[in-house]
Design a protein around this ligand. Structure first.
Ligand SMILES: Nc1ncnc2c1ncn2[C@@H]1O[C@H](COP(=O)(O)OP(=O)(O)OP(=O)(O)O)[C@@H](O)[C@H]1O
Ligand SMILES: [Mg+2]
Length: 242
């Protein structure tokens, strides 16, 4: 039973029925192929945290804050109002700025290895939830043992700070790195596109690969990206958490 564990609503009602929310203070991974909805998932969680009054930071390595706001708007999410209140902070390290930072620091293998700590050392005061979208392009130069050390250190530092983290791993990240991260994280959800052999149609499916201290369904869950964000279609028959 997990009744004593504090949880934070994911923002996806059907998923909250299954999990009871993400375990607070833990690191959860979101993995998946391009276009499966990882960013939308991350933003939906950020929105949910803000609605719960939890101070949230969203580090974006691929999409500008402007693009993320637009993506949020397409679902009717008023993210700017949370930014104005100081509940939400987009930390945009994409494109030109990232290139400038890289050349200014002349990021070599060694500096690259230090990236994970840099990311979390500069969060706004009082941040309780962090979304990193994504870690893939910060890891490509690492050896697997380095990735393991760095990822473990990141998870450890987040835990020390009591930060609940959603770390998105994109498909740039190798299978080996994915496996290492899966092992170290407290929970992991994989998003996929799959052929349904019965209908011959492609479907979006979610695999709750692991979620410690939580009863999870073994079945894949079909989902759609609808007008309000991610909607689960067929959840499993696992009873909801108390
Ligand atoms: N407002 C919307 N309504 C319905 N579907 C949408 C809407 N906005 C985006 N989508 C769909 O959601 C998909 C997934 O978007 P998202 O950016 O979250 O994927 P991702 O897994 O983060 O991809 P990447 O690996 O490129 O970062 C898009 O490819 C698009 O098909
Ligand atoms: Mg994305």
């Amino acid at each position: 039973m997990n009744m004593t564990m504090e949880r934070i609503k994911t923002g996806i009602p059907e998923l909250d029925n299954i999990l009871g929310g993400f375990p607070a203070g833990k690191t959860i991974l979101i993995t998946g192929d391009p276009g499966t909805g990882k960013t939308i998932f991350g933003m939906e969680f950020a929105k949910s945290c803000c609605e719960q009054g939890i101070k949230t930071a969203y580090i974006s390595t691929e999409e500008s804050a402007c693009d993320l706001r637009l993506q949020g708007k397409s679902f009717g999410w008023a993210l700017e109002s949370f930014e104005e209140k100081g509940t939400l902070k987009f930390i945009d390290i994409t494109g030109k700025r990232a290139a400038e930072i890289k050349s200014a620091l002349s990021i070599s293998m060694d500096a690259q290895k230090g990236n994970f700590e840099d990311l979390i050392d500069n969060l706004p005061e009082g941040t309780r939830v962090l979304i990193i979208d994504s870690l893939g392009n910060h890891t490509s130069n690492l050896m697997s043992f380095e990735f393991r050390d760095r990822f473990d250190l990141l998870v450890y530092n987040l835990a020390i700070k009591g930060i609940t983290a959603l770390i998105i791993l994109d498909s740039v990240t190798s299978k080996e790195f994915n496996d290492i991260a899966l092992f170290s994280a407290y929970g992991a959800i994989q998003l996929m596109k799959k052929e349904n052999p019965y209908t011959d149609r492609r479907e979006r499916v979610m695999d709750i690969v692991k979620m410690r201290n939580t009863k999870t369904p073994i079945q894949l869950i079909t989902y759609e990206i609808g007008p309000k964000g991610i909607e689960l279609i067929s959840a499993s028959d696992v009873p909801p958490e108390p």
